[in-house]
Design a protein around this ligand. Sequence first.
Ligand code: ADP
Ligand code: MG
Length: 227
Amino acid sequence: MTRTRHPVASTPTTTSTTPEPAARAGGRVIERVAERSRAIVDPAAEVIARGAPRAAVFVGLGANLGDARATIAAAIDELRELALADASTGMSSFVASSLWRSAPVDAAGPDFLNAVARFETALSPHDLLDALQAIEQRFGRERPYRNAPRTLDLDLLLFGVADNDGGVRHIDDRLELPHPRAAQRAFVLEPLAELWPDGEIPGAGRLADLLARARLDVAQRVELVAS
Ligand code: ADP
Ligand code: MG
């Protein structure tokens, strides 16, 4: 895999150029979320280094095969490592949401466990997708048919997030940003709103409004997993 600097990293609207606010923001979120989700969130998750421009991203995690809880926890560790891997000259914060349980939507099998992670990366969107798919493979992900049950699903939800702005819009054969189903899925919106309550998904609207709508959908049963 060729790792390239992401093309939007140097534009001030898509990445944090001032280390301190991002570090403080990450710290606040970690404290708040950690209280409710010690099982998967460790304050040591915050990773800070200095230097290269990086993009803030949100990644959605889902699992409904095998020991889904252990898988999500281990995958969060892998994402934290990924954020660290290109942080040697960069600045990164890492935070994970609580763990949520959801009924399958357009998918088969038992209930899913879900979470969302936010971190910063110097990878391009496509290189980050490669890295996410490599992690899925390490957890035994198979794609026998569309929407099949999965040991681990990692979706790149948003790329180049800055404050309340959900970052870049992009579409090609391999990658769509924002993730095409993020704005409708309660299992994405609930953990995303924990980390980013005032956020706005480009082309879809304010997270609070999207979440209010998704909560009205009785087919989407989503509940916080007690820690
Ligand atoms: P699901 O849509 O249920 O998550 P998969 O995980 O099998 O299904 O992904 C199918 C394809 O979706 C992937 O091969 C990938 O190329 C494509 N894709 C498009 N946009 C994204 C994105 N933002 N995040 C992850 N995968 C994406
Ligand atoms: Mg996926």
